[in-house]
Design a binder for this molecule. Structure first.
Ligand code: GUN
Ligand code: FE
Length: 458
């Protein structure tokens, strides 16, 4: 007995290069909200299941022009920075942190303020098709827990980190952990609280060990966080080799790159996700691959703070590093992974060897750098799921029913026999958030375009 059955046409990644089309399939969803069975037209049960589930009102058939995509997985986002999204992008990373971002994040000591911003962000992300997000909150344990609770209440799958910033010299007095010991105590308590909350959250909420980045943490904090990650077997997240400044700071402090320094503290684990990674060396990449650590690619943000393009094709194909896509709100201005998919493709093309062989001999760029739209879609879906070691991001048996239903009516489709893979490309390049009709997480509808109102906006 299934919870319900959906009939429709869906697109889902099989691997980074290949997207499968499931035309007019039946998706049979279990009571727990996962895909129990996928039935192709013509298979023996196809008609009888439609009959049976229509009779008991547990059958949904998509209308003409509607398509199913897996929900997006935002692999790197700063929840408090939603309050400054789209602004403050005129400074490089170090000055941006001190001028805009730390003063903003300090305000999240006020749980009420945090709640307003977080509730609005989570509903906005859901409306944009993001069914799972890996969040940085702030240093404050209580308001970080509110973020996890809001994900739980709104039905989004959330992985949330209380941020650790304990270095007295590198962080402002008005915004940091009071002491190293307190930073670690708060992190441990936060892990326990979120694990408790997870017990009553069908879609899952998970605590994440979150040193902001090496410059903001003492050696003792980094070591203690590595120990907590191991003790509780939880996810880890941080920033890694993001900008020239951050990268050279770590080189000066440890005489090595971020990857090896993080690894020394036990922070490069199978369940770790490192954001940006624009300046990884070949040795760093080999270490990521060996440890099973994932990269969160943030192509919009990298244009501002990295002034560089992360070599995604190399990470994916030369090193088989698990890689997903992050909005990096507010270093990236857009909460939409559609926008980030587009930027991922465009940025990679700027890294490509761009020389027209017929007219020029000068070498420019690196051949093999560009990624396809299929690959960028993979990053936003299946790649994110693999990075988090969760059964999400794909339409496959035993994967969660985390989907977005897109309406293609307003896209430039003028013929009834438009190839489905062309429709897929038009959806990815041209959809607006308004084209997302419904969003489902773990078999529950969390957004219906015709009913949803945004939370808490002034
Ligand atoms: N490095 C340390 N903190 C941050 C942050 O908030 N955003 C980005 N993009 N990089 C960081
Ligand atoms: Fe970031």
């Amino acid at each position: 007995m299934y919870k319900f059955v959906v009939k429709g046409t869906a697109f889902s990644s099989v691997d980074p290069k290949k997207v499968n089309v499931y035309e007019n399939y039946l998706f049979c969803i279990s009571e727990k909200g996962s895909i129990s069975k996928m039935i192709a037209p013509g298979e023996t049960e196809y008609e009888s299941i439609i009959q049976e589930y229509s009779n008991i009102n547990k059958f949904q058939e998509l209308t003409k022009g509607q398509y199913i995509l897996p929900g997006f997985i935002d692999l790197h986002i700063h929840a408090p920075q939603w309050a400054q999204a789209g602004t403050a992008l005129d400074l490089p990373l170090y000055e941006w942190l001190n001028t805009y971002t730390f003063p903003l994040e300090a305000k999240f000591a006020d749980v009420q303020f945090a709640e307003t911003v977080y509730a609005n962000l989570v509903s906005n992300l859901i409306k944009n098709g993001t069914t799972t997000a890996l969040y940085f909150a702030t240093v404050h344990r209580e308001s970080s827990l509110r973020l996890a609770e809001i994900c739980s209440e709104q039905g989004q799958r959330g992985l949330v980190g209380k941020v650790v910033m304990d270095d007295l010299e590198q962080n402002p007095d008005y915004y940091r952990d009071e002491t190293t010991a307190l930073a670690l105590e708060d992190t441990e308590l936060f892990i326990q609280e979120v694990q408790e909350l997870n017990k009553q959250t069908p879609q899952g909420v998970y605590p994440v060990v979150t040193p902001r980045f090496i410059p903001s943490c003492t050696d003792d904090a980094l070591k203690g966080l590595g120990e907590l990650a191991e003790k509780y077997d939880v996810h880890v997240q941080s920033h890694c080799s993001e900008s020239d400044w951050a990268h050279s700071f770590v080189q000066e402090r440890f005489g090595k790159n971020d990857a090896f320094a993080l690894n020394d503290f036990g922070l490069l684990t199978e369940k770790a996700v490192m954001a940006h990674c624009g300046f990884l060396s070949d040795d760093d990449m080999a270490l990521f691959a060996e440890k099973g650590t994932a990269v969160a690619h943030c192509p919009i943000s990298n244009a501002y703070f990295g002034n560089a393009v992360t070599p995604i094709a190399k990470l994916l194909h030369d090193y088989q590093i698990e890689t997903g896509l992050g909005s990096d709100i507010s270093g990236g201005f857009s909460p939409s992974l559609f926008d980030n998919i587009r930027q991922a493709v465009m940025s990679s093309r700027m890294l490509e060897d761009g020389v027209d062989k017929d007219c020029c001999s000068e070498k420019r760029g690196v051949s093999g750098s560009s990624i396809t739209l299929n690959e960028a879609f993979y990053l936003a879906t299946a790649g994110g799921g693999d990075s988090l070691s969760l059964p999400i991001g794909k339409l496959a048996v035993d994967y969660a029913w985390d989907v977005q239903i897109l309406d293609s009516k307003e896209l430039p489709i003028f013929s009834d026999d438009e190839p489905l893979m062309d429709i897929f490309q038009k959806i990815l390049y041209l959809s607006r958030p308004e084209n997302i009709e419904e969003v489902w997480v773990q078999g529950r509808k969390v957004h219906d375009k015709n009913k949803t109102r945004l939370e808490g906006q002034k």
